[in-house]
Design a protein around this ligand. Structure first.
Ligand SMILES: *[C@@H]1O[C@H](CO)[C@@H](O)[C@H](O)[C@H]1NC(C)=O
Ligand SMILES: *[C@@H]1O[C@H](CO)[C@@H](O)[C@H](O)[C@H]1NC(C)=O
Ligand SMILES: *[C@@H]1O[C@H](CO)[C@@H](O)[C@H](O)[C@H]1NC(C)=O
Length: 768
C-alpha cells in the first residue's frame, strides 16, 4: 500500500499511415486513407443504427444506439430513458441484455448533475471533435449522463459515475464493484473549471472491474493553489484498463484504490499529486509523463518521464523493510526531480536529479531456484527487451484502440445490411463469411450490435479492420464444436503464414454450450507492421450470459455435467503469428450475469491463452480467469511483453482436479498434471525466450467453493511455473491464496510467506 503521487509518461504516437493489402479478398478498391470531410462528424454518429440486443425481453423496441441529442440533450443535463429500462437508485444486478452506446456529438454540454454510466454501456464522444462536458458552477452530485441520485454526502462531484452510491445507503453502491464489468468511456473533455476551486469536483467516479476502459479523455481542472479538484476517483474495484488520458491541473490527477489495474499512456500536468493510491494490489503504469507535479508515485512503472517535480514517487510507509511495499521502476527519465523515491515526512530512498533510472526496485528480489528473499532498495536486473517490442524512443510500444476517426461513413460496411441477422438464433456463418470475403481490406467491417450465431469456423482474413458496437457477440454453437479430441476454431484470424494487418475492436467471442471442442479464437495472422495485428476492448466470455445455455439454471456451482463445457481453448496465438492485445478479458463465468449477478456456476473451459508466437507479442491489460488447465501458457514463445496480467483459478478445483473434465492433449503442448497439481496453472512457461512480465496478479480464492484456505495460503500450492529452458523476467508479482508464488520446473521457489503485502503477497523481481 503506497500512498503517493505520481507523474508518468506518454509514448508519443507515431501516426501510422498504412497501405492496406487485403489477402484473400476479392474487393477491387482497397480502403486506403480516410475520406471524411473536415466538417463531417465522427462516422459512428451517422452510420445506420440498427444494432439489436438479441436477448432483451423486447428486442424489437430496445434501442442500442442512443444519440444524446435525440434524448433532449442541449446544454444542461441529459434525460435518458435508459433509467426506465435499467437500474437506478437501488442495488442493481448485472445484465448482458441491455447493451447500449450513448453517443455525444461534438459540442459543449453543460451539466449540473451527474451522467450515469450504466452497466454494459459505452459512453462515446465524437472522436474527431471530442465533446466537452462542462460542469456548471452549481453542479451537485457525484459525477455527468441520465438522472442521478444525489449523494448521501454533499460534496459536489461532477463527471461520469460508473457506480453511484445509494442515498443514505451506508456506503452501498448500485453495483458490486468487483462485478462491475463491460463499460467504456471514450473521447471526452471533462471541464471542471467553472466549479469552485474548493469543491472536491471529480471528473469520473470509476469503481469498476474487468472488461472496462477509459480512453482518450482530457480532464481540465483548477490550477488555483490549494484547489480540491480530481480527475478520476476510484476507491475500489477489481481490474481494468485505462489509457490515452491527459490531466491538467487539480489536486489529484488520479485518486485510486483498486487492484490489478493497467494504465498506459497518461500525461499529468500541473497537478499537486499526479497519482494518489489509497490501496492497491498491483498497478502497472506504462508510458507516463508528468510535468510539474508536487509528488509522484506508483507500483510498477515502465517508461516514464517526469520533470520539475519535487518527488517522483512518495511512499506513505517507512522505508525500512517489507512495510515499504513493492516498487519497480524501469526506464524512468527524470529532469529536475530532486527525489526519485522518498517517504512522506522521511528519508530519501533514491536520489533523483536529472537522470535516468534504468531498473530499480524496492522489495524482495529472487533469482534462480533460491528460496531466499533479498530485500533491496537498489538497482535490479533489467529485462532483455527485444527491439521489436520497442518504439523508436526505446519504450514499450503502445497503440491506441483504433477509432477510424478520419474515415467516412461510406468506408464502412454493416454486416446487417449484408444480410447477417445477429438475433442469436439465425445461423449467420455464411452471411458473415461472405462479408469478410467480399469487403476485407476494402471497407471497415461494422458488426452492428447483436449476437451472431456461427455453426462453423468463421475466418477473418488478414487485411481486415472490424469494429463491433457495444460488444457485438460472435457465438459458436453446435455439432462442429463438440469434440475435445478434435477441437475446431470458432473464429480463425488469418490462416497460418498469412501476413497483413488485422484490427478487431469492441467484440465478444463466445460459445453456446456445450462446446468442449471449441477453440474460440485461433490467431494466425502475422504483421510486419508494429502492432499491426491486434485486438482492443475485445473479450472472450464463456457462459454466464443470456444465449450461452451455460447459466445457473443448468450449470449451478458444484455440477460436473459434461454439458457445462464452454470451450477447449479460448485464445491460441499460433507459432507464425504475432499480436497486440490491449484490454482483453478471457473469462469463463464463475457466476451468472443474468440472474441477479451473484449466483455461482460451474462451467468448464479447458485452456485460457496459449501463445506459441515468436513475437513480438504485447498483452497490455489482459486477464484470464477460471479455465481448467491454465490461464496463460507460453510454449516456444519469444519476445513477449505482458503487463499487467491477472488470473483466477476455477472455484470448483480441486473437485475435479485438472485436467478433468478435459484430458491432456499433446498436440496443444498441454502441461502434464502431477498428482500434486490439483489446481490450474495461472501461468505455465516452457522453452520460451525474452518474456517480460511487468506486473501480475495471480489469485486462488477458493477450494471447492470454500474459502478457509485463504487463512493460510493453501487454496493451491503452485500457480506459476517457468521451466529451466526459458528466459523470463518477472516484476511486481502478487498472489493470493497460494503457498508458492513462483516455481521452477514445478518445484516451488518463491514462498508466499516471504512477501506479505496487505491482502496479497508480493515479490518484486525474479530472474533466472
Ligand atoms: C471501498 O473503499 C472505501 C474507501 O474509500 C471503503 O471505505 C469501502 O469499504 C470500500 N468498499 C468495498 C465494498 O470494498
Ligand atoms: C497517448 O495519448 C494521446 C492522447 O491522450 C494520444 O494523442 C497519443 O496518440 C497516445 N499515444 C499512444 C502511443 O497511444
Ligand atoms: C490450513 O488451515 C486449515 C484449517 O483452516 C488446516 O486444516 C490446515 O492443516 C492448514 N494447513 C497448513 C499447511 O497449515
Amino acid at each position: 500500500m503506497l500512498a503517493f503521487a505520481l507523474t508518468l509518461l506518454a509514448a508519443a504516437a507515431a501516426a501510422v499511415v498504412r497501405p492496406v493489402t487485403a489477402l484473400g479478398s476479392s474487393c477491387s478498391s482497397p480502403l486506403g486513407a480516410g475520406t471524411a470531410a473536415p466538417n463531417d462528424p465522427y462516422w459512428l454518429q451517422n452510420i445506420k443504427h440498427q444494432g439489436i440486443a438479441a436477448f432483451n425481453s423486447n428486442p424489437s423496441s430496445y434501442q442500442v444506439f442512443r444519440n444524446v441529442k435525440d434524448f433532449g440533450a442541449k446544454g444542461d443535463g441529459v434525460t435518458d430513458d435508459t433509467a426506465a429500462i435499467k437500474c437506478g437508485g437501488g442495488t442493481c444486478d448485472s445484465s448482458t441484455t441491455t447493451p447500449a452506446v450513448v453517443f455525444f456529438p461534438q459540442g459543449t454540454y453543460k451539466v449540473s448533475s451527474p451522467i450515469i454510466a450504466y452497466y454494459y454501456t459505452q459512453l462515446i464522444g465524437d472522436a474527431r471533435n471530442p465533446p466537452i462536458l462542462l460542469a456548471d458552477a452549481t453542479f451537485t452530485g457525484m459525477a455527468v449522463i441520465a438522472q442521478v441520485p444525489l449523494m448521501a454526502s454533499t460534496s459536489s462531484l461532477p463527471g461520469a459515475d460508473a457506480d453511484p452510491y445509494i442515498p443514505n445507503g451506508g456506503g452501498a453502491q448500485w453495483y458490486v464493484n468487483q462485478n462491475n464489468f463491460f463499460r467504456s468511456v471514450r473521447n471526452f473533455i471533462i471541464d471542471l473549471r467553472q466549479m469552485p476551486a474548493s469543491a472536491s469536483a471529480t471528473g469520473i467516479h470509476w469503481q469498476v472491474s474487468q472488461a472496462t476502459s477509459l480512453m482518450n479523455i482530457v480532464f481540465q481542472m483548477s490550477t488555483a493553489a490549494g484547489n480540491a479538484h480530481q480527475g478520476i476517483w476510484m476507491e475500489n474495484g477489481s481490474g481494468g484498463f485505462m489509457g490515452d488520458l491527459v490531466f491538467n491541473g487539480g489536486k489529484y490527477g488520479l485518486w485510486v484504490g483498486n487492484q490489478q489495474f493497467t494504465v498506459r499512456n497518461i500525461t499529468v500536468n500541473n497537478a499537486d499529486t499526479a497519482v494518489y493510491s489509497i490501496w492497491n494490489w498491483g498497478w502497472t503504469f506504462q508510458g507516463v509523463t508528468i510535468n510539474n507535479c508536487q509528488t509522484v508515485g506508483a507500483v510498477a512503472i515502465i517508461d516514464a518521464f517526469a520533470s520539475n517535480t519535487p518527488i517522483f514517487l512518495r511512499n506513505s510507509q517507512p522505508s525500512n523493510g517489507k512495510l515499504a511495499g513493492s516498487v519497480v521502476l524501469n526506464n524512468v527519465h527524470l529532469t529536475n526531480v530532486p527525489t526519485a523515491v522518498g517517504v512522506v515526512g522521511g528519508a530519501t530512498v533514491l536520489a533523483g536529479g536529472t537522470t535516468t533510472i534504468d531498473s530499480w526496485a524496492q522489495g524482495n528480489v529472487f533469482s534462480g531456484t533460491s528460496q531466499s528473499a533479498k530485500f533491496v532498495q537498489a538497482a535490479v536486473p533489467a529485462p532483455t527487451k527485444a527491439s521489436s517490442l520497442l518504439d523508436s524512443a526505446g519504450r514499450i510500444f503502445g497503440k491506441m484502440h483504433p477509432q477510424y476517426e478520419d474515415y467516412a461513413v461510406d468506408q464502412f460496411v454493416s454486416v446487417r445490411d449484408q444480410g447477417a441477422k445477429g438475433d442469436g438464433t439465425t445461423d449467420d456463418t455464411a452471411a458473415l463469411q461472405a462479408v469478410f470475403d467480399k469487403f476485407s481490406g476494402c471497407k471497415i467491417i461494422f458488426i452492428d450490435a447483436g449476437t451472431y450465431l456461427v455453426s462453423n469456423t468463421l475466418t477473418i482474413p488478414a487485411g481486415t479492420q472490424v469494429v463491433g458496437e457495444a460488444w457485438s457477440v460472435i457465438l459458436g454453437s453446435g455439432s462442429a464444436f463438440q469434440d475435445q479430441n478434435n477441437p475446431k476454431a470458432v473464429v480463425r484470424v488469418g490462416s497460418p503464414g498469412d501476413e497483413g494487418i488485422v484490427e478487431i475492436s469492441d467484440i465478444i467471442f463466445s460459445t453456446r454450450g456445450p462446446a468442449a471442442g471449441a477453440i474460440v479464437v485461433e490467431w494466425n495472422v502475422h504483421s510486419n507492421e508494429q502492432g499491426g495485428a491486434g485486438m482492443w476492448d475485445s473479450h472472450i466470455r464463456l457462459g454466464g450470459a443470456a444465449g450461452t445455455n451455460l447459466l445457473v439454471a443448468n450449470c449451478p456451482a458444484g455440477n460436473t455435467d459434461a454439458s457445462c463445457a464452454a470451450a477447449f481453448l479460448a485464445l491460441h496465438l499460433t507459432d507464425q503469428s504475432n499480436a497486440y492485445l490491449e484490454g482483453t478479458w478471457v473469462w469463463t463465468a464463475d457466476h451468472d450475469l443474468d440472474s441477479g449477478g451473484s449466483r455461482q456456476t460451474s462451467i468448464f473451459s479447458g485452456r485460457g491463452i496459449l501463445s506459441e508466437s515468436a513475437g513480438p507479442v504485447w498483452m497490455i491489460g489482459t486477464a484470464s480467469e477460471h479455465q481448467t488447465l491454465y490461464q496463460y501458457s507460453l510454449v516456444n514463445a519469444k519476445d513477449h511483453y505482458l503487463g499487467l496480467i491477472q488470473t483466477e483459478t476455477p472455484y470448483y478445483q480441486p473437485v475435479p482436479a485438472p485436467p478433468a473434465p478435459f484430458s491432456v492433449n499433446s498436440n496443444f503442448d498441454d502441461p502434464s498434471f502431477s498428482s500434486s497439481q490439483t489446481s490450474a496453472w495461472a501461468v505455465h512457461i516452457t522453452n520460451s525466450q525474452d518474456i517480460i512480465i511487468f506486473g501480475a496478479g495471480l489469485y486462488s480464492f477458493f477450494q471447492n467453493y470454500g474459502q478457509t484456505c485463504l487463512d493460510n495460503n493453501t487454496c493451491q500450492s503452485q500457480i506459476f511455473d517457468i521451466d529451466t529452458a526459458s528466459t523470463v523476467f518477472v516484476y511486481s508479482l502478487s498472489t493470493v491464496g497460494v503457498t508458492w508464488q513462483l516455481s521452477v520446473s514445478e518445484q516451488g521457489v518463491i514462498p508466499a510467506s516471504a512477501g506479505p503485502n496487505g491482502f496479497a503477497e508480493t515479490a518484486s523481481v525474479w530472474t533466472r
